[in-house]
Design a protein around this ligand. Structure first.
Ligand code: BGC
Length: 508
C-alpha cells in the first residue's frame, strides 16, 4: 500500500531527507532504539458482538449515552480491524516499525470477565494477530486493559470494588498462558489516570458521578491489580517467558503560570504529583506509597468535609512493599503541557478541589480537534528528565504514546511537525540528559474512535475512510515521514517550524 505511493513524495519531503542526511550535527537514535505505533481494541476492532464477544462498558456507554459522544457515534464497527488486522500489520511493516502496540479486549476473551467462561474464538483472534505481527518481523507490545472493562464486572462495581483484583489476575493468567510464549513486552493497564476519571466525569465510561470518592477507589484497585499481575508473572512465568511488564502512565508537563510565584511553583509540583506521582510514586519511588502531598491534602480536606477518614484509601505497610518495584520499565504516554496556578475549583468534594491547582489558558499552538492537546515539544524532554530525577537514572523509558489530532488530512504537515519536534526533544533527552529512552510509539497507527470525540478527531498515520464499508486505509504524509525516520534513524532536522534558536542554544 505504502510502497506504491513512494513516488508521490512531495519535493519538500525529498529536500528534507537530503538535508537531514547532510546535517552532521543531527543526532541519531541509538542502535537498539525501537519505533512502533499503537492502537487499542475498542478504538479500532469493531465486531463488538461478533464471535462470542461480551459487552464492555464502552459498548454500554456509547449505546446508552450517544449524547456524551461528540458525534453520537460508537465503536460497533470502528476501523473493522477485527477483520482487517493483516492490513494494519502491513502498514507497520511498510513504515519500517519494529513493534506494534495493541490491546486485548477482555470481553472478547472472557465475555463476562470471569474465568469460568473463556471464548476460544477470542483467543484464536489474538493468536492470529500476534502471529501476523511476528511473521512480519515485528514485536507485539501488548496492553491487557485499555478501558473496555467487561460490563458484568462493572455491574459488580468495576475498579471501585476490590473484587476486580482477583478477576484481573485470572484474566492476566489466561493471557500469559495463551500468548506469553510470543509476547515479551506487556503493559497491564493503559493510563489508569484516565480510566479512573470515568468515576469523576460523565464523558468517559463508566461515566459515574462519584467525584472525589470513586476516582480514588478505582485508582487504588488498579494499582493493586497491576501489582498482583506483576507478581503472578514473576512467580510463574518470567523464568520461562522472559518478558517485561509495566503499565502505561500519562502526564501533561506542567509549567507555573507566573515563573516567580512561589504559589504557582508549588501548585505545579502538586499537579505533577496528583497526575503522574499518584501512580508512579507507589511503584517507582524508593519509599513507595502515594505522594505525601496527596495524602496530606486529601486527608485534611476529607476531615473538614465530615468524612471520618481520608477519601484517599491507604496502603498497609505490607501493601506498600508489595506494590513497590512492580515495573520492569517506564511506559510513558505524553502529548502536551498545562500552565498551572494555585487555586480552588470543582465540586466539593472532588479530585480537582483536592489538587488545589488551576489549569490556566495558555497561548501554545493547539490541535484544532482536541481541547486538551497543546504542541509543546519541550514538555516531553522535561517529563523524561523529571522521571529520571524522581525514580532513578537506570530506569528505562519506553514512550508508548505520542501523537497529534487533526481532521484526518492526508497531507498532515502539522502532524509531521509535531512528531519531528517531539522526537528531537527525545533525542536531546537521550544525548544531553543521558536518559535511558529505549523506544518511541506514535499514537496512532490508524484513525480510530477517539473516545468521547467519536470520529471527529483523528490521530492516525493512516487515514481510514469511515464512510466506506470496507474502511479503506491510506497512508498519510506522516506515514512516509515515519518511514524516513526509521530508515535514517534521524529526524529531518530542518523541517517546517522547528525551533532553531533552541536547538542552537543547546548545541544541536
Ligand atoms: C489514550 C488513547 C487516546 C489518546 C488520544 C491516550 O490518552 O491511551 O486511547 O486515543 O490518548 O486521546
Amino acid at each position: 500500500m505504502l510502497s506504491c505511493k513512494i513516488q508521490c513524495f512531495t519535493i519538500l519531503n525529498i529536500v528534507i531527507i537530503v538535508m537531514a542526511r547532510n546535517n552532521s550535527k543531527n543526532y541519531t537514535f541509538p542502535k537498539d532504539f525501537i519505533f512502533g505505533a499503537a492502537t487499542s481494541a475498542y478504538q479500532i476492532e469493531g465486531a463488538w458482538n461478533v464471535d462470542g464477544k461480551g459487552q464492555s462498558i464502552w459498548d454500554t456507554f456509547t449505546h446508552t449515552h450517544p449524547d456524551r459522544i461528540s458525534d453520537g457515534s460508537n465503536g460497533d464497527d470502528a476501523a473493522k480491524s477485527y477483520f482487517k488486522y493483516k492490513e494494519d500489520v502491513r502498514a507497520l511493516k511498510e513504515m519500517g516499525m519494529q513493534f506494534y502496540r495493541f490491546s486485548i479486549s477482555w470481553s472478547r476473551i472472557m465475555p463476562q470477565g470471569l474465568p469460568n467462561n473463556i471464548n476460544q474464538k477470542g483467543i484464536d483472534y489474538y493468536n492470529r494477530l500476534i502471529d501476523e505481527v511476528i511473521n512480519n518481523g515485528l514485536k507485539p507490545v501488548v496492553t491487557m486493559f485499555h478501558w473496555d472493562l467487561p460490563q458484568y464486572l462493572q455491574d459488580l462495581g468495576g475498579f471501585a470494588s476490590d473484587v476486580i483484583i482477583i478477576y484481573f489476575e485470572a484474566y492476566a493468567e489466561v493471557l500469559f498462558e495463551n500468548f506469553g510464549d510470543r509476547v515479551h513486552m506487556w503493559t497491564t493497564i493503559n493510563e489508569p489516570y484516565n480510566h479512573a476519571f470515568g468515576y469523576e466525569v460523565m464523558t468517559l465510561a463508566p461515566g459515574l458521578n462519584t467525584t472525589g470518592v470513586g476516582i480514588y477507589l478505582a485508582a487504588h484497585n488498579m494499582i493493586k491489580a497491576h501489582a498482583r499481575v506483576y507478581h503472578l508473572y514473576d512467580k510463574h512465568y518470567r523464568a520461562k517467558q522472559k518478558g517485561k511488564i509495566s503499565l502505561n502512565l500519562s502526564v501533561q508537563w506542567s509549567v507555573p503560570e507566573h515563573k516567580n510565584s512561589t504559589d504557582d511553583k508549588e501548585a505545579t509540583k502538586a499537579e505533577l504529583e496528583f497526575t503522574l506521582g499518584w501512580y508512579a510514586h507507589p511503584i517507582y519511588s524508593k519509599e513507595g506509597d502515594y505522594p505525601q502531598i496527596m495524602k496530606d491534602r486529601i486527608r485534611n480536606l476529607s476531615l473538614a468535609e465530615g468524612f471520618p477518614t481520608s477519601r484517599l484509601p491507604s496502603f498497609t505497610s505490607e501493601e506498600i512493599v508489595y506494590v513497590k518495584g512492580t515495573a520492569d520499565y517506564f511506559a510513558l504516554n505524553q502529548y502536551g503541557s498545562y500552565l498551572i496556578a494555585k487555586g480552588d475549583t470543582g465540586a466539593n468534594p472532588s479530585y480537582f478541589r483536592d489538587k488545589g491547582t488551576l489549569i490556566e489558558p495558555d497561548n501554545w499552538p493547539k490541535s484544532e480537534t482536541s481541547t486538551w492537546e497543546s504542541v509543546t515539544p519541550k514538555g516531553i524532554r522535561n517529563i523524561i528528565k523529571w522521571i529520571k530525577e524522581q525514580y532513578g537514572e537506570e530506569l528505562e523509558i519506553l514512550i508508548t504514546e505520542n501523537g497529534f489530532a487533526d481532521n484526518g488530512e492526508l497531507n498532515d504537515i502539522i502532524r509531521i511537525n509535531y512528531l519531528a519536534t517531539y522526537m528531537i526533544e527525545v533525542l536531546k533527552a537521550i544525548h544531553f540528559d543521558k536518559c535511558k529512552v529505549i523506544g518511541y510509539t506514535v499514537w496512532s497507527l490508524i484513525d480510530n474512535l477517539e473516545w468521547s470525540n467519536g470520529y471527529s478527531s483523528k490521530f492516525g498515520l493512516y487515514h481510514v475512510d469511515f464512510n466506506d464499508p470496507d474502511r479503506k486505509r491510506t497512508p498519510k504524509q506522516s506515514a512516509h515521514f515515519m518511514r524516513n525516520v526509521t530508515e535514517t534513524r534521524q529526524i529531518p532536522y530542518n523541517y517546517g517550524i522547528i525551533d532553531r534558536e533552541l536547538d542552537e542554544e543547546e548545541g544541536l
